[in-house]
Design a binder for this molecule. Structure first.
Ligand SMILES: Nc1ncnc2c1ncn2[C@@H]1O[C@H](COP(=O)(O)OP(=O)(O)O)[C@@H](O)[C@H]1O
Ligand SMILES: [Mg+2]
Length: 241
């Protein structure tokens, strides 16, 4: 039997900041319609990986294939049009813009204006607090609402692949659980593929299909999430609990 199709496949990816190398040859595959949790200690290179995938950082070596297309040297605008959305660490909500203006930024590169309007309505339907606060400024929102807004803005672009950097950071456990449940629903109902960077390992593994553990700029383990959930020895060895 052949392997299921990978929406994202990364080979020997090397990235750094200026002359300082950070990723030393990362390999990974994410199957279409699955959630992959990227785990690992602070400084392992998780944020750097997402920045390289979304075109913020330029790789020094390696290949990134997205839906079969080589992404090297492709502009951010083109990546968004191809269906890649990045919710950065700290979430990137613009405090001086309203909720609605922030959401419209998600549709910036979209040619289909009618569908962009539909996507905006869907986001308001998904996140009722955003609909109530559409004229509020970004900086007036709570942490949980800012998280919704960042996620909503990414969804307005109708991504096929969502790159999420620590969405649960600073959120109450109830909001974390809601966020994870939403990701699971988007995967199951719309076939969304997610690369989820998380410090909250248990929450991430609870919804993920695959666990990818990074250390010192490398992938040290890629395994079914169920194995990482159930195998205490593996968890001790790679996740320290
Ligand atoms: N803007 C930057 N300039 C230089 N080095 C950086 C920068 N951002 C991160 N690094 C370094 O890259 C390494 C990986 O960082 P990062 O990708 O943020 O890890 P993680 O997200 O897993 O915590 C760390 O050693 C960090 O110090
Ligand atoms: Mg990080």
């Amino acid at each position: 039997m052949s392997a299921p199709p990978a929406l994202l496949s990364v080979e020997a990816l090397a990235v750094g900041y200026g002359p300082v190398p950070v990723l030393h040859g990362v390999d990974l595959r994410v199957t279409t319609g699955t959630i992959a949790a990227v785990l690992g200690a602070n400084g392992a290179g998780k944020t750097t990986l997402l920045r390289a995938l979304s075109g913020v950082l330029r790789p020094t070596a390696g290949t990134v294939r997205f839906a079969g297309e080589d992404l090297r040297g492709v502009r951010v605008e083109h990546l968004v049009r191809r269906g890649l959305a990045h919710v950065p660490e700290g979430r990137g909500v613009i405090g001086e813009l309203t909720v609605e203006e922030n959401l419209r930024l998600g549709a910036l590169w979209r040619a289909d204006r009618a569908d962009a309007a539909r996507a905006l309505d869907e986001v308001y339907h998904l996140f009722a607090p955003l609909a109530r606060r559409r004229r509020h400024l970004g900086h007036q929102l709570s942490g949980g609402e800012r998280q919704m807004l960042a996620l909503g803005r990414a969804l307005v672009a109708r991504p096929r692949l969502l790159l999420l950097d620590e969405p649960s950071l600073g959120l109450a456990p109830r909001v974390v659980a809601q966020t994870m449940a939403l990701l699971r629903r988007l995967r199951d109902d719309t076939g969304l593929t997610v690369l989820l960077v998380e410090q909250n390992v248990r929450s991430a593994l609870a919804v993920a299909d695959q666990g990818i553990v990074m250390a010192l700029g490398r992938v040290v383990l890629a395994a079914p999430a169920a194995r990482l959930r159930d195998d205490a020895d593996l968890r001790h060895a790679y996740l320290g609990f």
